[in-house]
Design a protein around this ligand. Structure first.
Ligand SMILES: Nc1ncnc2c1ncn2[C@@H]1O[C@H](COP(=O)(O)OP(=O)(O)O)[C@@H](O)[C@H]1O
Ligand SMILES: [Mg+2]
Length: 357
């Protein structure tokens, strides 16, 4: 299945835009600020029912407007038309004119891998970005994970609301315990799935990093979770007093993190700019391979301004790596049409170019 047509209406800076794509390499070029990244984000939205960048849907509506729509036509074995609409705080997604009963049911139909300059946050920002990376990798292929994550988030909000309302006063352990018991099964399942994912993911990630970097350093990726220290039930119970005082749930999978190292040293502190970029691209390509291994299909690859950010040799190697098995559909943005053409000239695939603005 590949995206053959994308239509945006009042989506960020695009009032009305319609683009056709081929089942190969599609380049979108145009000046800075013209809305290239926004187009890729719309495709991400179509697959994942949310923006890659902005979790607040009302901010995605074009300024001064009241709703946005994204329409995607997918061709291939199972042609489908997907329509996303957001209006008055409500999001609806339709497949072939039929609304999904739950948004969750849509996710997993299309896998996307997005590589953008903003991914630097994966290394430099707090743990939330790294959890988002794990979640996006799992949600797109595992409906049970997605569902459990959604239940966990709701249960966590409820428990936190109780802790906040009590403002540090004593809470009956049985009462708090009843909130704990909602978090425990989903939290443990998510922990187990994240742990299993990282183990599998590393098999793809390490060789890709080594290939891309051409260096001798060994990359490491460690999953850190308080749930590795004991049963989640005990952890929650033993921290009732601490949580009461903090007025929030201090331990759980919502605090998980990934530690990125090179030869045992933290990447964030000791990595060079080149090593950091290489690490990020390897993470994304490993995600691509991971999806491929699970679904036996090529994910839709969204490459945002990559030639701007990485050197020519590495960019070339990236393209070769992606194309090693078989090429799926790629949407790639750049300010310069000629640069993209040069990089893809040796690749035999269908190609289409759009100049925006
Ligand atoms: N909700 C919105 N309404 C209107 N414009 C928006 C909205 N959100 C973002 N933009 C605009 O989109 C533009 C950025 O588009 P972007 O896709 O990042 O450009 P490019 O990738 O081509 O450099 C900015 O000018 C920004 O103000
Ligand atoms: Mg951009």
């Amino acid at each position: 299945m590949y995206l053959s047509k994308l239509q945006l209406f009042q989506f960020k800076n695009h009032n009305e835009l319609s683009l056709e794509f081929c089942n190969g390499i599609n380049t979108i070029t145009g000046a800075n600020g013209i809305g290239k990244t926004n187009i890729l984000d719309a495709v991400h939205y179509l697959a994942n029912a949310k923006s890659y960048f902005n979790g607040i849907d009302s901010q995605i509506i074009q300024h001064q407007q009241t709703f946005f729509t994204i329409k995607g036509k997918f061709d291939g074995e199972m042609p489908a038309e997907i329509l996303v609409q957001f209006e008055s705080g409500k999001k609806t997604i339709k497949k072939n004119d039929k609304p999904y009963p739950r948004l969750l049911d849509h996710i997993g139909l299309i896998q996307t891998v997005f590589i953008t300059p903003y991914d630097i946050d994966l290394v430099l920002s707090g743990s939330e970005e790294r959890r988002k990376f794990i979640d996006l990798s799992l949600c797109q292929i595992d409906a049970a994970y997605l569902q459990n994550l959604s239940i966990y988030k709701k249960s966590l909000d409820q428990r936190n609301a109780l802790l906040k309302n009590m403002q540090g006063r004593f809470i009956d352990p049985d009462l708090l315990g009843s909130f704990d018991s909602k978090l425990i099964p989903t939290g443990e399942l998510i922990y187990a799935k994240r742990k299993e994912f990282i183990e599998k993911f590393l098999e793809f990630f390490v060789p890709i990093y080594k290939d891309l970097s051409q260096g001798k350093e060994t990359p490491e990726l460690q999953y850190e979770s308080t749930l590795s220290e004991g049963s989640f039930a005990d952890i929650l119970y033993n921290n009732h007093r601490i949580d009461s005082a903090a007025q929030r749930t201090t331990f759980g999978i919502h605090k998980d993190d990934l530690q990125f190292n090179l030869d045992g040293l933290p990447l964030k502190k000791f990595g060079s700019q080149g090593q950091i970029k290489c690490f990020i691209i390897a993470l994304k390509l490993a995600q691509y391979r991971y999806f491929q291994s699970v679904t036996q299909k090529c994910p839709l690859l969204l490459l945002d301004d990559i030639f701007e950010k990485i050197d020519a040799d590495r960019a070339q190697r990236l393209i070769e790596l992606v194309g090693e098995t078989s090429f799926g559909q790629i949407l790639i943005t750049d300010t310069h049409a000629s640069r993209v053409e040069t990089h893809f000239s040796s690749i035999k695939a269908e190609k289409l170019h759009h100049q925006i603005g």
